[in-house]
Write a protein that binds this ligand. Structure first.
Ligand code: ARG
Length: 246
């Protein structure tokens, strides 16, 4: 028998359909990654990703629930349906793409270096850190950790659960530098001008994308068109300026 022209069961199972029926969009992220997601003084999660998630839920006509999840374990959480979509500034990589699908990139960033103050003017570029004298702090499970091991193979690499822990090491001198996404480093350097020196030149190119479970073309199609629409309408630009240009 010929396959049915329109496989309705695919849509029945789609995460998008389940979100609409439930009346709730559950977004996985990890607060601490400035300015994409971070805690304000009252303990609310705010940031670029949060505003995009809010806009997404509003467009779907459903309520938004944020599911704060440790980064090292955030893909397993998506795969076991702890939330519907991961909006946590995740770099699109071929390795991750074996496990999850990505919508089109919503921003492109790169890795940069936050340097212990003692090295100011002596270390001026990331490649100088490829030296056994140096200890590099990274965040577990991030592309910063991968980049440090790749570009600074001779340095000692120490991975931490959170950005904050890694930066405590840099500030105390137990680590010489932190390798992480440039937007985070920009905000950190602005907030704590005496704490570290930012080597602003990015040394990787990384598109960030929203991740969803595999086998769900309907959700992916909606996400890409939502992203295109908010770009066309100028809403994306307004949010970008709010979080990245002040
Ligand atoms: N872009 C980097 C990566 O994909 C870091 C993202 C960290 N995001 C977070 N919510 N903590 O590995």
């Amino acid at each position: 028998a010929p396959a049915p022209a329109n496989d309705q069961s695919l849509w029945e199972k789609s995460t998008l359909n389940r979100i609409l029926k439930r009346g709730e969009l559950r977004v996985g992220l990890e607060a601490g990654y400035m300015p994409f997601e971070m805690l304000d003084k009252k303990g609310n999660i705010i940031g670029f990703d949060v505003d995009l998630a809010r806009l997404m839920a509003k467009t779907m006509g459903v309520k938004l629930t944020l599911v704060n999840t440790q980064w090292d374990g955030i893909i397993p959480a998506l795969l076991t349906d702890k939330f519907d979509i991961l909006m946590g500034g995740m770099t699109i990589t071929a390795e991750r793409n074996l496990q999850v699908n990505f919508a089109d990139p919503y921003i492109v960033i790169g890795q940069s270096v936050l340097l212990n103050r003692a090295h100011e003017d002596k270390v001026t570029t990331y490649s100088q850190l490829d030296d056994p004298r140096y200890t590099i702090a990274t965040k577990l499970g991030t592309t910063g950790d991968i980049a440090a091991r790749r570009f600074m193979p001779r340095a000692r690499i120490r991975s931490f659960e959170s950005e904050a822990e890694a930066m405590i090491e840099v500030r105390s001198g137990r680590a010489d530098a932190f390798v992480y996404d440039l937007p985070y480093n920009v905000v950190y350097a602005a907030r704590f001008p005496d704490a570290a020196v930012h080597l602003k030149e990015p040394f990787t190119r990384e598109p960030l994308g929203w991740a969803v479970r595999k086998g769900d073309p309907d959700f992916l199609n909606w996400l890409n068109n939502f992203l295109r629409q908010i770009r066309d309408e100028g809403v994306y630009d307004a949010l970008y300026r709010k979080w990245f240009e002040n």
